[in-house]
Design a protein around this ligand. Structure first.
Ligand code: APR
Ligand code: PHB
Length: 409
């Protein structure tokens, strides 16, 4: 089982290609790839993670930080939750506002005591790297030209360049955790693969600032000039978003302009409590709904953004990567430890069933709260009726809450 893994030993440098053997070759060192590696490692399954970027780059990406209980439990199982337990903030509810009306969603009450934990995705990634380092796991950064081969045979391989040297990994399985732009998904023949996609005619302008959050809970707001969100990373670090045209230039958004726009879209009491200050980071992200089917092909298994994207409304991206990793890690363990292939064969169907429900929820919440430039007056009134219904119906609130805390794995 031990892999003959070596990084450019002197003897190897003279050879054309360095050969490494492992059980699972994991492409991509984002949260999906790292968590999968960690869970496999803890179960004695040898694996190698190949990441295109330097670690500092991966840790500089700012992403949503709302963790479902399923993910919190998985991080506990992976023994990477010490800091999360100490620093993560339990959120038992949030506010959702529409054209000034505010509706409180009491997650705990509506779901029988479930909640979410606010803890940055960057911190989750950092904790995973630290645990993998401590266990001397094999995470190789700055690999180039990653390519997948012979996935429809019993001996798939992955080739890549490292420091100008060609390398090859021979594996039993390949896990494609390389995000939306990675090569793994493309390795499924187009005759087999079907992509499902929706794009949205706007983006999110995000800003991070060292200011206290506007309150203890998140506030989502739909307004006639567009969506706004007040989120946070800690007691002195706030994360805010406003909907903006997708072709806007961040350079045109001064801090003052951002704060003014945000304030104008928030309910009066929230705007009044907003503490402003200089921004640390500002960026514009597009919104997309995307699913690739199937999520596996012969020896290749996709997880996370490699297989699906959700718009950030509802913060399902990381959580969905986690449920994929939950199913996939168990399926690999069943294969290697129990000689049971069925969970791997069923992986795509199992994962997709949950993926589509999270896609539905993210799409629904996006439609409820954004200004759609080409919306006609009928659609505008439907949107208002949707919010009105939510505000007046316990069943509608419970449906929102059930999806927000995350459907069971
Ligand atoms: N070779 C090696 N690594 C690659 C390649 C490649 N050709 N292409 C991409 N990668 C790496 C990226 O640099 C990135 O670190 O794969 C990793 C994929 O990580 P993420 O994009 O973070 O995706 P994932 O791990 O599935 O995590 C899902 O992250 O993108 C957010 O909203 C998403 O919160 C969700 C979570
Ligand atoms: C964030 O904190 O970045 C965040 C929170 C909730 C979302 C999206 C983003 O729905």
């Amino acid at each position: 089982r031990a892999a003959s893994f070596r990084l450019l030993s002197r003897a190897a440098q003279s050879r054309a290609t360095i050969l490494v053997k492992t059980q699972v070759a994991i492409i991509g060192g984002g949260p999906a790839g790292l968590l999968l590696s960690r869970l496999l490692h803890l179960n004695g399954i040898d694996n190698v993670v190949l990441e295109r970027r330097p670690r500092e780059y991966v840790l500089s990406r700012i992403r949503a930080g709302v963790l479902e209980q399923g993910l919190v439990e998985l991080l506990h199982e992976a023994d990477v939750d010490k800091r999360l337990q100490a620093e993560g903030e339990v959120h038992a509810g949030f506010d959702i506002a529409f054209h000034g009306d505010v509706c409180h969603i009491d997650l705990a009450e509506l779901t029988g005591g479930r909640n979410v934990v606010v803890y940055g995705q960057t911190e989750v990634t950092r904790d995973l790297y630290e645990a993998l380092d401590a266990a001397e796991a094999k995470v190789i950064h700055e690999v180039d030209n990653v390519a997948l081969h012979a996935l429809d045979t019993d001996n798939p391989t992955v080739t890549f360049d490292l420091n100008g040297q060609k390398q090859q990994i021979s594996a039993v399985f390949v896990a494609g955790c390389d995000g939306f732009h990675g090569p793994s998904r493309q390795a499924i023949p187009t005759s087999i693969r079907k992509d499902y996609e929706l794009t949205y005619p706007f983006g999110w302008l995000g800003m991070l600032s060292e200011t206290p959050p506007v309150g203890v809970e998140l506030v989502y707001a739909g307004h006639e000039s567009g969506f706004a969100l007040c989120s946070m990373r800690s007691r002195m670090l706030s994360r805010y978003y406003v909907q903006c045209p997708i072709d806007d230039d961040v350079a045109d958004w001064s801090d003052d302009r951002f704060w003014d726009e945000l304030k104008s879209r928030l309910p009066t009491n929230v705007a009044g409590a907003l503490v402003t200050g200089p921004s640390i980071e500002k960026s514009i992200a597009p919104l997309r709904s995307f699913v690739c089917e199937p999520m596996s092909w012969n020896r290749l298994f996709l997880a996370g953004d490699a297989a699906h994207i959700v718009p950030p409304t509802g913060a399902k991206g990381l959580n969905l990567a986690a449920s994929d990793v939950y199913y996939l890690s168990r399926a690999f363990i069943d294969y290697f430890d129990r000689d049971n292939e069925s969970p791997l064969e069923e992986y795509s169907g199992t994962a997709l069933a949950r993926v589509w429900k999270a896609e539905r929820f993210s799409w629904w919440m996006t439609r409820l709260l954004h200004l759609f430039p080409d919306q006609n007056n009928f659609e505008q009134n439907l949107q208002a009726a949707e919010f009105d219904y939510l505000q007046g119906s316990l069943a509608a609130k419970a449906t929102l809450a059930e999806n927000y805390v995350g459907l069971e794995y």
